[in-house]
Design a protein around this ligand. Sequence first.
Ligand code: HPA
Length: 276
Amino acid sequence: MSKRYERLMKCYECFKAKVDFTPKIALILGSGLGDYADGIDIRATLDYKDIEGFPVSTAPGHKGRFVFGYVGEVPVVVMQGRVHYYEGYPMEDVVLPVRLMKLMGAEVLFVTNAAGGVNWHFECGDFMLINDQICMAPSPLIGENLDELGPRFPDMSEIYSKKLRDIVKKTARELDVPLREGVYIQLTGPNYESPSEVRMVRTLGADAVGMSTACEAIAANHMGMKTVGISCISNLACGVSNRPLSHAEVQETADRVAPLFKKLITASVQNIAKEL
Ligand code: HPA
């Protein structure tokens, strides 16, 4: 057994000893969206700091715990706060929570994030269904492969499940929630981009830019988890708007659209679960 797998199993055993719950869907909540978990039918929580070997998040606005509970009838695990590469953790640690949630039993990874709008047509407060991604951070699969969980050279032709994307689109239509669609690019952060960098990522095909998600989606795909993701366009990327960026603005927008975002997530989770 590899050291990586051993560590992951240790985290899993820690979870098993403390929580008796099998989630179907794993949710990761981005900046300012973390309080979604407080509104679900909570059955258990597990602080990251209480899991041996688990990386603990230090980003402002991120709580740092798993919340287990029900969205309607659907058993979910919610990551209230994610681990970011810019915090200084190796990529292996950044995606460890995703791997752990797969071991807990989750079949689907539902990712959300706050992102900068790169597409000229986007507006602050828009939601964007992620239809593909560009990962400009190092691959989380570098190093010894976790053969127990997935292949050395996994296919990435449909990182965001077409079937699940269609369900979210239909859900948004039913709720009358406008939903954009596009490509998410992950840069390392923690600095926001320069205007030239934003021009570069637009040329590369990105519609939204952020500092998370793509690596998590790669790890999920590696393990055969179906993935779906929505970005909240919390600000227009640098150069799209001529105002300087701040985390406060990101947080403010996320807070403002949170009620609508929650509605979309709740209904999407329920509709996705029907198809599992
Ligand atoms: N750039 C990178 N990450 C972000 C942004 C941004 O403009 N907004 C929220 N996360």
